[in-house]
Design a protein around this ligand. Structure first.
Ligand code: HEM
Length: 318
C-alpha cells in the first residue's frame, strides 16, 4: 500500500484478536514477575547453575521436587512463554494484514526487544553467579517491560480509539508531570532492587525515604488528571486505584522492613515462605503501581494530543 493512500482506522473487530493476545501476555508476564520475586525472596536464583537449560534439561526433576528448583525453573518457563507470546503479537501486528497503526507496531517492537534483553540478562546473570548489576537491571526492566505491554494493550483497545481530545486544556498539558511520576517510580524500583540484591542499608533507607517523593508526585499527577481531564474515559478509575494501591504499598513496605532477613537474599530464606511471600507481594504491588502510573501517562498523552493528530488519525499509513 502506498504511504499516501488514506485508509480507515482499524475497526474494533479487527483488533479484538491482538488485544486478547496482549491481555494474555500481560497475565503471563505478571506471573513471571511474581515467580521472579519469589525466586529472589527465597534466595533461589542459583538453584540451577546452567542456562538456558536447567540441569541440562527442559523439565528437570528438581523443578517439581524442590521449592528453589520450582521457583527458578518455572520463572524461566513463564519468561519463555511471555517471549513467545510477545513474538507472536509482534508478528500479528506487523504481518497480519495491517490491523494496527504504526504507534502500536512500534510499541510491540519495543516490548519484544525488552523481553529478549530480559531473557539474556537473566541468563548471563545466572552464568556469572548473579552479580548485582545484572540482577538490578533484570528487576527494573521487568517492570518497564510489563508497562510497555500494558501501553500496547491500551493502544489496541476500543477506549484508545474513542478517547476525545480535551479542548479545555493546552495541547500536551500534564505530560511532563506524568513522565516525572513514572521516572520517580523507576528510581524507587532501582533503589528497592539495589537494597534487595546488595543488602545495602543505605539503598534500603533511601528507598524508604523516596516513598514520600513517590507519594507526593503520584498524588499531584492523579489530582491533575482528575481535575483537568477527569472526563476522559478511564482517568478517574486509574487515579483512585493508584492512590489506594500506593497507601497499601507503603504499609506493606513497613511490614516487609520488619520481617525481612537482615542477611538479605540467602538460600536459608526458603524455610520462611511467609516472609518471602509478603516481600514478593510488595514487589508485585510495586510493579502494579508502575503499570498503573504508566497507564495514567498513556491516557494523559492520548487526551492531550494535538487536534491535527485527531484529523490524521482518520487514516492509517502503513
Ligand atoms: C510507593 C512506594 C513503594 C514502591 C513502589 C516500592 C517498590 C519496591 C520494589 C519494586 C521493590 C523490589 C525491587 C526489586 O528487586 O525488584 C522493593 C523492595 C523493598 N521495599 Fe519497597 N516500595 C515502596 C515503599 C516502601 C516502603 C515505604 C518501605 C519500608 C518502609 C519499603 C520497603 C522495602 C523493602 C524492605 C524492600 C526489600 C525487600 C527485601 O529484603 O528483599 N518499600 N520495593
Amino acid at each position: 500500500m502506498s504511504s499516501t493512500v488514506p485508509s480507515p482506522l482499524p475497526t474494533a473487530g479487527s483488533l479484538k484478536g491482538p488485544l486478547r493476545l496482549a491481555i494474555a501476555l500481560l497475565v503471563v508476564t505478571t506471573i513471571t514477575i511474581l515467580k521472579g520475586a519469589m525466586t529472589t525472596s527465597t534466595g533461589s536464583g542459583l538453584a540451577f547453575a546452567d542456562w538456558p537449560l536447567s540441569d541440562g534439561s527442559v523439565m528437570p526433576p528438581r523443578s517439581y521436587t524442590t521449592l528453589p528448583g520450582f521457583f527458578e525453573h518455572f520463572h524461566r518457563l513463564f519468561g519463555a512463554l511471555a517471549g513467545a507470546l510477545s513474538l507472536g503479537l509482534w508478528a500479528w501486528l506487523h504481518f497480519g494484514g495491517g490491523v494496527a497503526d504504526r504507534a502500536a507496531r512500534r510499541t510491540a517492537t519495543l516490548g519484544l526487544g525488552l523481553i529478549i534483553v530480559q531473557g539474556v540478562i537473566g541468563g548471563v546473570g545466572v552464568l556469572k553467579s548473579l552479580p548485582a548489576v545484572t540482577s538490578v537491571t533484570h528487576a527494573t526492566l521487568a517492570q518497564l517491560t510489563l508497562a510497555t505491554f500494558a501501553w500496547l494493550a491500551y493502544q489496541l483497545s476500543e477506549r484508545y480509539r474513542v478517547t476525545p481530545v480535551v479542548t479545555s486544556v493546552a495541547c500536551g498539558a500534564g505530560r511532563k508531570l506524568v513522565v516525572i511520576a513514572v521516572l520517580v517510580l523507576v528510581a524507587q524500583t532501582v533503589l528497592g532492587a539495589v537494597a534487595r540484591h546488595t543488602n545495602s542499608p543505605h539503598a534500603l533507607w533511601t528507598h524508604v525515604g523516596n516513598a514520600l517523593v513517590v507519594f507526593l508526585v503520584a498524588t499531584i499527577a492523579t489530582a491533575f488528571a482528575i481535575g483537568r481531564i477527569g472526563d476522559t474515559p478511564g482517568i478517574k478509575g486509574l487515579a483512585r486505584t493508584i492512590v489506594l494501591l500506593m497507601i497499601v504499598q507503603i504499609a506493606l513496605g513497613f511490614v516487609a522492613l520488619g520481617f525481612r532477613n537482615a542477611a538479605g537474599k540467602t538460600p536459608e530464606n526458603i524455610a520462611n515462605l511467609g516472609t518471602a511471600m509478603v516481600i514478593s507481594v510488595h514487589v508485585l504491588f510495586g510493579t502494579m503501581l508502575m503499570v498503573l502510573v504508566a497507564m495514567l501517562a498513556a491516557h494523559v498523552f492520548r487526551a492531550t494530543r494535538a487536534p491535527d493528530v485527531v484529523a490524521n488519525a482518520a487514516r492509517v499509513v502503513s
